[in-house]
Write a protein that binds this ligand. Structure first.
Ligand code: SF4
Ligand code: SF4
Length: 110
């Protein structure tokens, strides 16, 4: 059975793998996305699928998931997660934008 320690190590390894992959493959795209301390990330809630990828790559603990009830009562899913950016700790590094599989995150001027 997997221990919490093993899970934490696996999660850290996965974060490192994602970071390396992002660094290698998104240089060109990164140049086209504004960033830096005068910017802050923003999540378009309707595009977010709550996949957790942005939280894994964010070094600054600037992203949280929250519960969002589904709009349709006929969908029987207990928990529907969405991501939100915490403005103060966000450094504008853009990693979450590059990691998001649904292009739900954009960078805004502060
Ligand atoms: S821009 Fe960087 S610091 Fe801000 S939420 Fe995204 S990954 Fe975290
Ligand atoms: S990576 Fe994108 S889709 Fe996944 S939780 Fe973050 S904002 Fe939502």
């Amino acid at each position: 059975m997997t221990t919490p320690q093993e899970l934490a190590e696996r999660r850290a390894e996965e974060a490192a793998r994602i970071r390396r992959s992002l660094d290698a493959s998104h240089e060109a795209r990164e140049k086209g996305i504004k960033g830096g301390e005068d910017t802050v990330a923003f999540v378009h809630e309707n595009l977010c699928i709550g996949c957790d990828q942005c939280m894994i790559v964010c070094d600054d603990d600037a992203i949280e998931l929250y519960d969002k009830p589904l709009a349709s009562p006929i969908m029987d899913i207990e928990v529907n997660k969405k991501a939100k950016i915490l403005r103060d700790p966000c450094t504008g590094c853009r990693l979450c934008v590059l990691a998001c599989p649904t292009d739900a995150i954009v960078m805004l001027d502060r």
